[in-house]
Ligand binder design. Structure first.
Ligand code: ADP
Ligand code: 5GP
Length: 190
């Protein structure tokens, strides 16, 4: 199974997915490629495959991406090599990607389970991005600019998880994923 997890920057996708992978250890995370620079603490091949612009373009031209998108001045994409072997072997994979990529996956992998992570209020995003302390103020403004259209797309998703209290959001995400994996889907609204 393929699980697509989307939501605006700062909503808590990375935090929720870390907890999800601990609680559902049979899930595997697809490591994306990006042309952005590594943040302190991020490791090549673990958090991302960090690629130079030319290398990203070469792989794009060679058809190596399942989906890709431009975001905040950088490119991001899911490599076929991260997805196809695992899916063929019957393993379950999580993609943490932005909206344009989620829409592409909806076309190419129609049975992927699409989950949108929403903030309790729009103001939460700024507070969390500033609190995370990893992005410049220009980058935060760019990310918040994109967030408006991302938030408007939540109804496109089979599931919406509001990340207000972390433990509750993790529990809901685990419930959704386990429900889908065992063929007993939970109701899509909270
Ligand atoms: P994203 O991956 O969606 O950009 P992160 O997982 O990096 O978001 O989370 C952004 C910031 O918000 C981090 O500093 C994280 O610790 C914090 N955060 C995540 N979830 C919550 C929550 N439920 N309540 C408060 N802070 C949170
Ligand atoms: P960040 O720079 O904060 O790590 O990621 C910025 C945005 O890019 C986030 O919304 C994240 O989900 C998204 N992203 C990460 N990897 C991919 C990918 O492989 N494809 C797409 N389309 N988006 C991605």
């Amino acid at each position: 199974m393929v699980f697509v997890i989307t939501g605006p920057s700062g909503v808590g996708k990375g935090t929720l997915i870390r907890a999800l992978l601990q609680q559902v250890p049979e899930l595997e995370l697809s490591v994306s490629a990006t042309t952005r620079h590594a943040r302190p603490g991020e490791t090549q091949g673990v958090h991302y495959h960090f690629l130079a612009d030319e290398e990203f373009q070469r792989r794009f031209d060679a058809g190596e991406f399942v989906e890709s998108a431009g975001y905040s001045g950088r490119r991001y994409g899911t490599l076929r090599s991260e997805l196809e072997d695992r899916v063929q072997a019957g393993r379950s994979v999580v993609l943490e990607i932005e909206l344009q990529g989620a829409r592409q996956v909806r076309e190419t992998v129609p049975d992927a389970v699409q989950i949108f992570i929403a903030p309790p209020t729009p103001d939460t995003l700024r507070l969390r991005l500033v609190g995370r302390g990893t992005d410049s103020s220009d980058d935060i403004e760019r990310r918040l600019g994109v967030a408006e259209s991302e938030l408007a797309a939540r109804d496109e998703f089979a599931y919406v998880v509001v990340n207000d209290r972390l433990e509750e959001a993790v529990a809901r995400l685990v419930e959704i994923v386990r429900g889908e994996m065992t063929g007993r889907p939970v109701p899509s609204t909270e």
